[in-house]
Design a protein around this ligand. Structure first.
Ligand SMILES: [Zn+2]
Length: 429
């Protein structure tokens, strides 16, 4: 291993003299690795990751010849909840180490297309403002694009993605996370589509009248009749049907009903880590017929087997505390925090992400896997893959496992692009 690392280092040294842009990329990544997050523990982990996941010259070149098309980034909600002055406070043109995402690191990761999540919590249903809050989040993405016009441009279809990426900008797409956003109204679904939304995750963490969630009770054993109508309307609009977060029965129903390929915008493989947010093998086996893509989530709590177990216990406790202290969120949080301190879970290593990618390849094939990091929506990431600058690590690891450039490019962006294009073709004119 040590000899191998030395060899790669030598290759990099050579590459640095010959390829100035590559040199800048590598230097930029090294710099960013040192500024992100402050604790000693984090810095040690970052250093460990930097050593273990050195990017070879070949990997860097393959990564630069392609680009990343990521299915899920929660920056808009992070900005809404943590920065009262939004992008005036979190100016992502400057390094923002408290986030996973800023422009410099997006560039270092060679992100060329991103679905920005306009997530709103399910609690907005009870508050009666799910639709309104979703519209505000869509506006926030539009504002981000307008604020950094040399970096981002709104993309509504696959042609937009290709054109914008070729112009050196980041194609910015909008994805809704949870059918609660439409408040049971097809009219509202159409309105959100007209504002630019190009996917909708059918549920979030709670079951709706018309669709069952993976992390709640079943009401319709999958999709209700109205749920099926919503899927067909999304097909008609050319909006991708996203079946992350839903129960296996809902996944099967969506695959049966949808005329267009579906996506899992941020889900991993259940065979590797047994968490209900992940995709079971029998669903993966159905995917080739539909043509869809599973975009792999990077959250340690979903991808590391041991961590998935801890996270499941934590979710059970959360529900228990809700009924134990229905009146006091404070008491719920306090007891949860105490439990969390006693039950830490491992971050894992970047290799685990590629294990999930390979599980989807084994069961569904190389044409049905992509990346859906969930950056800025999650609290822990495997060592080596801590933020949006680290996508080249995935290219490096796939290369080490013997994948060729063509296969790697399918995972980085090709499959996502194909699915988006097919969904637009199937839509009614
Ligand atoms: Zn999510």
């Amino acid at each position: 291993m040590a000899g191998w690392v030395k060899m790669v280092f030598k290759l990099e040294q050579n590459a640095m003299h010959r390829v100035p842009s590559l040199r800048r990329l590598l230097l930029g990544m090294a710099f960013l690795a040192t500024v992100h997050l402050g604790t000693v523990e984090n810095l040690q982990a970052q250093q460990e990751g930097a050593n273990r996941y050195q990017i070879s010259r070949r990997a860097a070149e393959i990564h630069q010849r392609g680009y990343v098309f990521d299915g899920h980034n929660d920056l808009p909600w992070e900005v809404r909840t943590k920065a009262s002055k939004f992008f005036d406070e979190f100016d992502i043109a400057k390094p923002q180490p408290q986030l996973h995402t800023d422009i410099e690191r997006l560039r270092a990761g060679n992100v060329g297309a991103q679905f920005w999540s306009v997530y709103v919590p399910v609690e907005t249903i009870a508050a009666g403002n799910a639709f309104q809050t979703t519209k505000e989040q869509i506006e926030l993405v539009h504002k981000m694009i307008a604020r950094y016009p040399e970096v981002f441009e709104l993309a509504l279809d696959a042609d937009d993605v290709e054109r914008i990426q070729a112009n050196g900008k980041i194609a910015s797409l909008i994805g809704m996370e949870g059918g609660h956003s439409i408040e049971g109204s097809i009219g509202k679904l159409r309105q959100l589509h007209s504002m630019g939304a190009r996917y909708m995750t059918l549920t979030h963490s709670e079951t709706l009248e018309w669709a069952d969630s993976a992390t709640d009770v079943s009401r319709s054993d999958g999709l209700s009749e109205f749920g099926e109508q919503i899927v067909l309307e999304m097909n008609r609009l050319g909006m991708l049907v996203d079946i992350s977060h839903v129960s296996p029965a809902t996944m099967h129903d969506a695959l049966r009903v949808s005329k267009a390929p579906v996506i899992f915008s941020h889900s991993s493989a259940r065979k590797i880590a047994d968490h209900p947010r992940n995709v079971p093998d029998d669903v993966l086996a159905e995917l080739p017929k539909n043509g869809g893509v599973v975009m792999i989530n990077f959250f340690s709590g979903f991808v590391v087997p041991e961590s998935a177990g801890v996270l499941l216990k934590q979710s059970a406790l959360r529900k228990e505390l809700k009924s134990k202290y229905p009146e006091s969120k404070e008491l719920q949080e306090r007891e949860l925090k105490q439990w969390q301190l006693k039950n830490p879970y491992p971050a894992g290593q970047a290799e685990i992400i590629v294990d999930h990618i390979e599980q989807v390849i084994r069961v569904a094939g190389i044409d049905h896997v992509g990346l859906g990091s969930d950056f800025d929506g999650i609290s822990k990431l495997p060592i080596g893959i801590e933020d949006v600058s680290k996508y080249p690590v995935i290219t490096e690891l796939m290369l080490r496992r013997g994948y060729e450039e063509e296969a790697i490019h399918k995972v980085l962006y090709g499959n996502a692009l194909r699915v988006l294009r097919q969904a637009t073709k199937i839509a009614a004119p």
